[in-house]
Design a binder for this molecule. Sequence first.
Ligand code: PAF
Length: 283
Amino acid sequence: MKTVRDIAAMRAAVRDWREVGERVALVPTMGNLHRGHLSLVELARARADRVVVSIYVNPTQFGPSEDYADYPRTLDADRRRLRRAGADVVFVPGDEEMYPFGLQAMTRVSVPLLTEKFCGASRPGHFDGVTSVVARLFGIVQPDLAVFGQKDYQQWLVIRRMTADLHMPVEILSGPTQRERDGLALSSRNQYLDPDERRRAPALYRSLQRCAQAIEAGRRDYAALEADGRQALEAAGFQVDYFAVCRADDLAPPAAGDRQLVILAAGRLGRARLIDNVLVTSA
Ligand code: PAF
């Protein structure tokens, strides 16, 4: 596995692969890799001949009071994990590669509406940072496909929309959320939880499951289900950001007859902001 830091070397590697007809997958990450990321690399391996994993803690997707400075940076351990997982290249650009004109003058990529609710409402500018960096990574690596985690469901939808709207020839896949034994979705931010918060954290997934079961059993009173979800999270000590039942393909409120739904929830437990979701097909 090669570690590549500059764009010219990254492009040269991709050019060589393309010349012999190989398909290239990109798994964009911010590092501090866990089993969840490695499952995305596995999915990429199954769908392409070559796998590039990017590691870049992207400053433009963090708000001023968020954890950009503290975000765990663990490149040596990440490289060991990626070698074992069978990645071909780990791409580790610097800020000057990603934003050569500086953060004030950078070109921004913005997907309106879909980014204005849920995580976008509580983290203003977050998704513009995500789409702006992912568009650059696609421009640099020019992958045939890219893999993102289902845990960040809204992010996955936003990237799919950007790719479709800008006619980017990249297939956007999502890999299933990986969980601890008690259901907590794997996330780099779980390490911010103290032991008491860690004990409470699985309430997030449990509340989503309960809501999904109710919908599968035929309930359609989504506002009441959302209120129950919020209440369960508050009882577990969460400062709830949102608990919402939505249409799966555009996060609109479900209309009668919509069957493919997603239940999204986010909240704070101490320093950690946790998000999770469950897909459900209504009866
Ligand atoms: O999901 C993430 O880790 C980041 O938002 C991403 C997609 C790598 C962009 O920085």
